[in-house]
Design a protein around this ligand. Structure first.
Ligand code: GCU
Length: 434
C-alpha cells in the first residue's frame, strides 16, 4: 500500500455496529482493521502488473501468444487468490424432476436435480431453468447462482425449496438454517424472468449454498467434501476456497445445460452479483465455455483493483470471509502491491470473450471507479486480440452503458442487481450473440 494512503488510515477497533454496516459481522470481536477509505483524493495506486508481460519478462506483442500467456496468468491467480480446483473429475448426472408453465403462461419452468459424485462423496444441487414459452431454442441463456434459494427468485409455488444450509435471517423466515416458504419470491426484483424471457433469453439458476454453504468450516462441506484429499491447508495453501468452489459448481451446471435441447451451448452467459459476481468472473476465467461473463457489483476480489484500497480491501475481505479465497491470499493483507497481478488481470483472462462489469453509484464499498478500471486496464489485451474494450480511462456518467468487448455501466442507486442492469446485459448479449 502506498505510504500516503496507509498513513491516512488510522488503525481503529471497529464497533460492532460499524462492522455490521461494512460487512464485517462475521469476525466482530477480533478484528482490528483500518478504517475503510471512501475518499478518492486519498487513492494513490502503486503500479499495476502488465497482463501482457510474460513469465520471462518480455512483452507479448502477437495475438498468437495470448493463449499461453492467459494460461500462465490464470494459474498465477489460482495460486495466489482463489485456489486451484481439483484435477479429478466429478461424475455429473441429472434428473428432470418437474416442469410446467409459470402463472403468466409465458415462461416454461424446468427443475432438475443435479447429482455430483466423486469416489468419496455425493451432493445434490437443485437447478431451475426458465425458458420463453414461445421459442424452440432460446436466443441464449444467463446462468447465475442465487443467494437464498431457487424459490426466492419467483413467487411461483412450484419452485422447490433448498434442503441445504441457509444463513439465519428472521426477515426471510430462516431461524434454523433451513429455507422456509416466507422467502418465496423475495428476490424476484433481482431476477426479472418475464422481461428476460420476453427478449427471447432463458435464465438458469441454483442456490449457491447447495454448492458450498457460505461459512468458514475449513473447506469441509459442499463441493469441497467431494475431494477431501484436495483440501486447502497450511501445507497446501493454493487450493480452492469457496469462490473457486462456487465457480467450479457453475461449470458442473454448465455440463447439464449443454445437454438440454433448449439450450445453445455456444450462448451461455455466466452472471453474478456481489460475491457471486466475483464468482462469475472466476468461472469465466476457468471455463471458456461461458461465452459472455457478467460481474455485477463484484467489488473487492471481483473487478475492482485491489491496489486502490478503496472501500473493501484485501485485509477486510480476508478477515470477514476467510473461506472465500485460498490461504495464500492472506499474505496480501495490507500488502496489495506485492500481488503479482491485480483484478484487471482476472478480467483480462476472459479475453477474447466479451465481459461486462457493472457498478452502482452508492455502492462505494465495491469501489465503482476501481471496477471500471479493472475493465480499462484489461483493455490492452482485447486490443492486442483485435477488439475494442472500454473507450477511455475516465468512467462514464451514471446510467450510461459504454464499451465494446468490455462493457460497463454505473447504475444510479445501491448495491443490487435490478431490471436496468439486466437490460444492459441483454443489449450486450444481443450485440455479441447476433
Ligand atoms: C459483503 C462483502 C462483499 C460482497 C458482499 C455480497 O458486503 O464485503 O465483498 O460482495 O458482501 O456478496 O453481498
Amino acid at each position: 500500500m502506498p505510504v500516503s494512503l496507509r498513513s491516512a488510515m488510522t488503525l481503529v477497533t471497529m464497533s460492532i455496529s460499524a462492522m455490521l454496516s461494512t460487512g464485517l459481522a462475521m469476525n466482530p470481536l477480533s478484528a482490528q482493521v483500518p478504517k475503510a477509505n471512501e475518499d478518492e483524493s486519498l487513492v494513490s495506486m502503486s503500479p499495476l502488473p502488465d497482463p501482457l508481460l510474460s513469465k520471462d519478462g518480455t512483452k507479448i506483442t502477437d495475438a498468437a501468444q495470448w493463449p499461453a500467456q492467459r494460461e500462465y496468468l490464470a494459474n498465477l491467480i489460482a495460486e495466489h487468490e482463489y485456489g486451484f480446483a481439483p484435477q479429478e473429475k466429478a461424475i455429473v448426472t441429472w434428473d428432470l424432476v418437474e416442469q410446467g408453465l409459470m402463472n403468466d403462461n409465458k415462461t416454461k419452468r424446468q427443475q432438475f436435480v443435479v447429482h455430483l459424485k466423486s469416489k468419496e462423496a455425493a451432493i445434490d444441487v437443485d437447478l431451475v431453468l426458465f425458458l420463453p414459452n414461445s421459442e424452440v431454442k432460446s436466443k441464449g441463456c444467463f446462468l447465475g447462482l442465487n443467494f437464498q434459494g431457487n424459490h426466492t427468485v419467483a413467487s411461483d409455488p412450484a419452485i422447490r425449496l433448498p434442503k441445504s444450509w441457509v444463513a439465519n435471517d428472521p426477515k426471510i423466515g430462516v431461524t434454523a438454517n433451513q429455507a422456509t416458504e416466507a422467502a418465496r419470491g423475495g428476490q424476484s426484483d433481482r431476477w426479472p424472468i418475464a422481461e428476460i424471457n420476453a427478449r427471447g433469453y432463458s435464465v438458469a439458476t441454483a442456490y449457491y449454498g447447495d454448492l458450498d454453504p457460505d461459512f468458514d468450516d475449513q473447506f469441509a462441506n459442499g463441493v469441497h467434501s467431494l475431494f477431501p484429499s484436495h483440501k486447502a491447508t497450511k501445507e497446501h495453501p493454493n487450493r480452492w476456497g469457496s469462490i473457486a468452489g462456487w465457480a467450479w459448481g457453475l461449470s458442473r451446471l454448465m455440463d447439464v445445460l449443454v445437454e438440454q435441447p433448449s439450450i445453445d451451448a455456444n450462448r451461455v452467459a455466466v452472471i453474478g452479483h456481489s460475491r457471486l459476481g466475483k464468482t462469475a468472473l472466476w468461472a469465466g476465467v476457468t471455463d471458456p465455455r461461458f461465452s459472455i461473463v457478467i460481474a455485477n457489483n463484484s467489488g473487492c476480489g471481483g473487478a475492482a483493483l485491489e491496489r486502490r484500497n478503496f472501500g473493501e480491501t484485501v485485509f477486510r475481505i480476508n478477515t470477514s470471509f476467510p473461506h472465500w479465497f485460498n490461504p495464500n491470499f492472506k499474505q496480501y493483507n495490507q500488502n496489495e502491491s506485492a500481488m503479482p497481478f491485480d483484478q484487471h488481470t482476472v478480467v483480462a483472462c476472459i479475453a477474447p470473450r466479451p465481459v461486462y462489469i457493472a457498478s452502482a453509484t452508492k455502492d462505494l464499498w465495491a469501489d465503482p471507479k476501481g471496477e471500471y478500471l479493472g475493465g480499462w486496464y484489461a483493455t490492452p489485451v482485447y486490443k492486442l486480440l483485435g477488439f475494442d474494450g472500454l473507450p477511455s480511462e475516465t468512467p462514464p456518467p451514471a446510467d450510461q452503458s459504454v464499451g465494446d468487448r468490455v462493457g460497463y455501466h454505473n447504475r444510479t442507486g445501491s448495491h443490487d442487481i435490478l431490471l436496468f442492469d439486466w437490460q444492459q446485459y441483454m443489449n450486450f448479449a444481443d450485440r455479441h450473440w447476433k
